[in-house]
Ligand binder design. Structure first.
Ligand SMILES: *Cc1c(COP(=O)(O)O)cnc(C)c1O
Ligand code: SF4
Length: 338
């Protein structure tokens, strides 16, 4: 057990935690004392998109509760296999924005660099669930081409490490890339979008911080935390280390039915982020990806929740409610209101 032991944070490597991930639905159900009747659906859905959850995460799940908000994010359900009109394989049409291998350049001044195809966890609502990018990484010459693309476009001010999950990449690659990017004069900022520290807080090592913060570039990190229960002591400590290194910490959340689609959970998440000095940045409505229909919250309910957050929280703890629309020049805000 990792949870609650004093020497926990530095004593277990994140690689070993990742390697020891639970992948068998039966293991997860047994571990969490859940109804074996869930197994059949879990097996069927995980044949489509595998179960994967690293060991520190189930520590935060309430045993015996099939509706636990963290469990719902990772447990495959038979419902995923139902067909729903409008829920498709590639809702963002992302395959068409690949300027070069490893680059997604859709918005002015900033682009995504796909640093790693892998993730630490398979989130059931993920819009990438039908593109197992796998762990196949770019070759050296492809990395050079991606860097050349950034060098050649003076309008690029910010490079955003993305994935998969960029922090699934080894520190040496992150350090090398960051040094290369810092040598491109028109790049002014580095950003990292990651869920890995939420799932495995032990990922935030001194080496990682050196790799990201060792250059002239100011660094921001957007964590992907969806529920206050994900914020345990270890994650709090990891956030503290990131903040001490001068990293600006933001969070984005996906609004998910049965996970966080009620005002109490949303307020509690914002307050908890605020306690740790992390600013809520975006609240995303779900992309209409096939297999994730049961997480869908309609726009009216989403807008109502956003309006209530505005009424309950200081402005700086209210995330922007947005959706991603293929072809738009930024995320698209949803109107607030009941
Ligand atoms: C979300 C996103 C960004 C970052 O957008 P911000 O509004 O700056 O957070 C950049 N590129 C792509 C392709 C994105 O999807
Ligand atoms: S961490 Fe992000 S990219 Fe990876 S499976 Fe979860 S939602 Fe998808």
């Amino acid at each position: 057990m990792i949870h609650g032991t004093s020497a926990s944070v530095e004593s277990v490597s994140w690689q070993s935690l990742l390697a020891g991930s639970l992948t068998d639905p039966k293991q997860l159900l047994t571990r969490l004392n859940l109804d074996p009747a869930l197994l059949e659906g879990a097996r069927a859905a995980s044949a489509d998109f595998p179960l994967r959850v690293p060991e520190p995460y189930p520590n935060r799940i309430q045993p015996g509760d099939p509706n636990d908000p963290l469990l719902r994010q990772v447990l495959p359900l038979g419902e995923e296999l139902q067909e729903h009109p409008g829920f498709v394989m590639d809702p963002l049409g992302e395959q068409h924005s690949n300027a070069r291998p490893g680059i997604i350049h859709k918005y002015h001044g900033r682009l995504l660099l796909i640093v790693s195809g892998g993730c630490a966890v398979n989130c059931r609502y993920c819009f990438r669930r039908h593109f197992p990018y796998g762990d196949n990484n770019l070759s050296t010459s492809q990395w050079q081409q991606a860097l050349d693309y950034i060098r050649a476009d003076q309008s690029i001010r910010e490079v955003i490490y993305s994935g998969g999950d960029p922090l699934a990449a080894p520190d040496q690659r992150l350090a090398w890339l960051t040094r290369e990017i810092a040598e491109i004069p028109h790049v002014r900022r580095l950003r990292v979008h990651t869920r890995l520290p939420v799932v495995i807080p032990q990922r935030v090592t001194a080496e990682l911080i050196d790799a990201l913060c060792g250059t002239r570039l100011p660094v921001s990190m957007v964590l992907h935390c969806n529920h206050a229960n994900e914020m345990d002591h270890e994650l709090g400590q990891a956030i503290h280390r990131l903040k001490q290194a001068g990293i600006l910490l933001l969070n984005q959340t996906v609004l998910l039915k049965g996970v966080n689609d009620n005002i109490e959970d949303l307020v509690s998440l914002s307050e908890t982020l605020g306690d740790h000095g992390v600013l809520p940045y975006y609240l995303h409505v779900l992309d209409h990806v096939k297999g994730a229909q049961h997480f869908h919250v309609n726009d009216r309910a989403a807008s109502g929740l956003a309006a209530e957050m505005l009424a309950r929280l200081p402005g700086f703890l209210v995330p922007r409610l947005v959706r991603e629309v293929a072809g738009e020049t930024s995320k698209t805000p949803l109107a607030f209101g009941p």
